[in-house]
Design a protein around this ligand. Structure first.
Ligand code: 13P
Length: 254
């Protein structure tokens, strides 16, 4: 079967500390992946840098995304919030929703599903993050995953599911070194499981088309094996996306 185009998303989290550094990082990545084909790269910088990067690098081979979005649509009296519509108008095409670091700050599945809907309604592609905290031997993590995925997509209709991206990010694998990432075999199994849940919810045709990314200690050294044997459509990259060399080798491995 022909492989679909890959998607590699950089989640810069709360880095770097200054716009100048963000510009340097972005332009170095853009320069080095200029000739790469068949991989869509999306950079999600801190929202504060978004408009400046979009303005300066609009023609680059890289798209933009945000790391979070308000569940309130449009505009309104919501101090500190950024709406999906604002992000879309500023130039974002994707938005990360329900990252475990935000869930740890108290974001519930209900809030996550409302954010997914707000993003879809505004024309953004939500990258919905799900993942178990621990991997037990009895398979309890699979029930946790199924529950989280189903609840995070509550009320999201099939007609909009074609713009959805799911990122499988097991919490135990985030922020470590490559040796701590999931193994390609376990990743493959989990991707099949996620596709089964999506197919149950949206039907096979739509469910099987939702791109599944993996995130959690993806580095230049393990990206090739995870990409080849893990059956994923790409990666959501944290710390390695702040290193030009590492990030570019992940993109090339795809
Ligand atoms: P690391 O790549 O640093 O493990 O982070 C993964 C992640 O949280 C991406 O969203």
């Amino acid at each position: 079967m022909a492989r679909r185009g890959r998607l590699v998303v950089a989640n810069w989290k709360m880095h770097p500390g200054a716009l100048q550094e963000a510009r340097r990082l972005f332009s170095s990545i853009a320069r080095r992946i200029r000739r790469v084909r068949g991989v869509q790269v999306v950079v999600c910088p801190p929202a504060l840098y978004l408009s400046e990067l979009v303005r300066s690098y609009r023609g680059a081979n890289i798209r933009f995304g945000a790391q979070d979005v308000s569940w309130h649509a449009g505009i309104g009296a919501y101090t500190g919030e950024l709406s999906a519509m604002m992000l879309k108008r500023i130039g974002a095409g994707h938005v990360i929703v329900g990252h475990s670091e935000r869930r740890a700050m108290g974001e519930s599945d209900k809030t996550v599903s409302t954010k997914v809907k707000a993003a879809l309604d505004a024309g953004l592609a939500p990258i919905l993050c799900v993942g178990e905290e621990e991997r037990d031997h009895e398979g309890g993590y699979l029930s946790q995953l199924e529950w989280q995925l189903t609840a995070s997509l509550d009320g999201v209709p099939r007609t909009q599911a074609s713009r959805l991206v799911v990122a499988y990010e097991p919490v135990w694998a985030i922020g470590k070194r490559a040796q701590s990432a999931v193994t390609p075999r376990l990743l493959h199994e989990t991707v099949i499981f996620v596709k089964k849940i999506l197919s149950k919810k949206y039907g096979r045709v739509v469910g099987m088309k939702v791109p599944i990314l993996y995130g959690g200690s993806v580095e230049g050294t393990n990206a090739g094996a995870l990409s080849r044997e893990g059956a994923v459509d790409g990666f959501l990259v944290g710390h390695a996306s702040l290193s030009v060399r590492d990030f570019v080798s992940i993109v090339k491995a795809c």
